[in-house]
Design a protein. Structure first.
Length: 436
C-alpha cells in the first residue's frame, strides 16, 4: 500500500511539473525613452532616460556607450516609466528604480535590483500596478494605493488557471482570452473576448485589439464603443509581434512590418529610404496601415525615439524612428543627444526570443460577441405616476347658500356698507363731544 501511495505521489508531481508554464523569452524592451536589452550571456543592459528611475545611474541621459548592467542571467525584460523588471533563468523576478506606488514592494531599487518574486514566467508594468504570471498558472498583482488600508498594495493572487497574459488581456487554460475591466461599482469583470488566439496585444495607433492566430494570421479589431468591431486580417505568416504606439510584426520569412506614429523608418540598403511617405501630420487612420521596414529580422520593438531589432544572425540593432527622420532638418536633436537618424549595431549577440510555431490548419482567431454585462440595458418601463389624493380638511358646517337677484343685491350691499361705517361714525361723534 505504501508503494502504491508513493507511486501516486510521484505521478502527481510529474503531472504538476509537466503542467508548469514555460518561461517567456523577451530579450528587448522599449519604454518611452528607456531601453533594455539582454545580451548573449544573459546580462540585461539599460540606457536612455534615467531621470524617472528606470536606470540605476547618477547621470541623465545614459548613452549606449555607458549602458548600465542591471541583472545577470536574464531571459525576460520589461521596461517601465519609473522602474524596470527582469525575470532570470531561474524564474526570479527582479526590479529596480523607483518604488513609486509600491511597485518594488516597499524596497529601494535606486542602487540596484531587488528580489520581488520567484517562479515567474512573465511580467507587465501597468500604469498603477505590476502584474506577474507564475509558472503554476497563478496571476499576481501589487502596487497602487489602497484607500482602505492607506498603504500600497502588496503582492496578492488574483487568478489561477492562467496560460498567458498581456496587460488586462488574460488567456485561461481553456484557451479563451478574457479582458479584465472595472465596473462602475468597483467590481472586477472578466469579459470573454476571443478564442483561437495564441497571443494578443493592443494597437494604440489604431485603438484596436491585436490577435495572433496559431495559423500565423495577425488580426486587428478596432474598438467601437464598449466593444470591438469585426476583425480584419493585417498580415499572414506572423511568428511574433508587439503592440504599442508603433506596433511591429515579424513574418516567418524574417520580414519586419510596422505602422503607427512610433514606427521605424523604412530602410533601403541599411539606411532610411528617402521615398518613405511617413508624415506625422496624417490622421491616425492613415498611419495605421502596415508598411514593410526591412528583411532579415527575428524580433523588434518600437518606441518614440528608436526601434530595437534582433536580426536573424542574433545581432542587436537600433533602427531610426520615422518621425525623427522626417523632422531631422528642422529639429536635429529631440529629447536626447543619442537620438539618431541612422542604423547602428549595438550587440553582436542578443538573448533568445520566443517564437510561435505556425500551424497552417489551425482556425483563425475569433472575436466573441459583446458580453451581456456591457450591453445597454433597456430602460425599465415606467408606469404613469399614481396621484395620491390629498387629504381634505375636516368638513365644517357650510354656510347657507344665498342666491339673490340683481335688484335684491343692491339694498343688501348698502346695508352692509352702513354697518361697516358705524364704528367710524361713533368715533367721530365721541371726539366732537369731547371738544365741546
Amino acid at each position: 500500500m505504501k508503494r502504491l501511495f508513493a507511486l501516486l505521489a510521484a505521478l502527481l508531481l510529474l503531472t504538476a511539473s509537466a503542467a508548469a508554464l514555460e518561461p517567456v523569452k523577451r530579450p528587448i524592451s522599449n519604454g518611452g525613452y528607456t531601453h533594455y536589452a539582454i545580451d548573449g550571456d544573459g546580462t540585461l543592459w539599460s540606457w536612455g532616460d534615467s531621470f524617472h528611475g528606470g536606470i540605476t545611474a547618477e547621470v541623465d541621459p545614459v548613452l549606449w556607450e555607458d549602458a548600465v548592467p542591471e541583472v545577470k542571467h536574464a531571459v525576460y525584460a520589461e521596461s517601465g516609466f519609473l522602474a524596470g523588471f527582469a525575470v532570470d533563468r531561474d524564474g526570479v523576478l527582479w526590479g529596480w528604480g523607483s518604488d513609486f506606488q509600491g511597485k518594488l514592494c516597499g524596497q529601494s531599487g535606486r542602487q540596484g535590483a531587488v528580489r520581488l518574486m520567484d517562479h515567474v514566467v512573465s511580467v507587465h508594468d501597468m500604469t498603477e500596478c505590476v502584474v506577474a504570471l507564475k509558472d503554476d498558472g497563478t496571476l499576481w498583482t501589487w502596487g497602487g494605493y489602497d484607500s482602505e488600508t492607506k498603504t500600497f498594495r502588496m503582492p496578492e493572487q488574483i487568478m489561477d488557471q492562467v496560460r498567458a497574459f498581456w496587460g488586462n488581456y488574460i488567456q485561461l487554460e481553456s484557451g479563451t482570452w478574457v479582458e479584465r475591466r472595472s465596473a462602475e461599482d468597483g467590481e472586477t469583470l472578466l469579459l470573454p473576448v476571443a478564442v483561437n488566439a495564441a497571443e494578443v496585444s493592443y494597437d494604440y495607433a489604431a485603438d484596436a485589439l491585436l490577435m495572433l492566430g496559431e495559423n500565423g494570421g495577425l488580426y486587428r479589431a478596432v474598438r467601437k464603443g464598449d466593444w470591438y468591431g469585426t476583425p480584419e486580417l493585417l498580415l499572414e505568416n506572423v511568428v511574433c509581434f508587439h503592440g504599442g504606439l508603433g506596433p511591429t510584426a515579424v513574418t516567418v520569412e524574417g520580414t519586419l512590418w510596422s505602422w503607427g506614429r512610433g514606427r521605424p523608418a523604412i530602410l533601403k540598403d541599411g539606411a532610411p529610404d528617402s521615398e518613405d511617405a511617413y508624415n506625422g501630420d496624417l490622421p491616425d487612420k492613415e498611419l495605421a496601415v502596415p508598411v514593410k521596414i526591412m528583411e532579415g529580422v527575428r524580433y523588434a520593438e518600437a518606441t518614440e525615439d528608436c526601434t530595437l531589432a534582433i536580426l536573424e544572425d542574433g545581432s542587436l540593432w537600433e533602427l531610426p524612428s520615422a518621425y525623427h527622420v522626417s523632422i531631422q532638418e528642422e529639429y536635429p536633436q529631440d529629447r536626447f543627444p543619442e537620438v539618431r537618424t541612422e542604423c547602428r549595431k549595438l550587440m553582436e549577440q542578443a538573448g533568445e526570443v520566443s517564437w510561435m510555431e505556425i500551424d497552417p490548419n489551425a482556425p483563425a482567431p475569433e472575436l466573441l460577441e459583446m458580453p451581456d454585462a456591457l450591453r445597454e440595458k433597456p430602460e425599465a418601463e415606467t408606469e404613469a405616476p399614481v396621484e395620491t389624493p390629498r387629504e381634505e380638511p375636516a368638513e365644517t358646517p357650510a354656510a347657507e347658500e344665498i342666491s339673490l337677484s340683481a335688484t335684491e343685491r343692491g339694498p343688501v350691499l348698502w346695508a352692509a356698507l352702513a354697518v361697516s361705517l358705524l364704528p367710524l361714525a361713533a368715533a367721530v361723534c365721541f371726539q366732537w363731544k369731547k371738544r365741546r
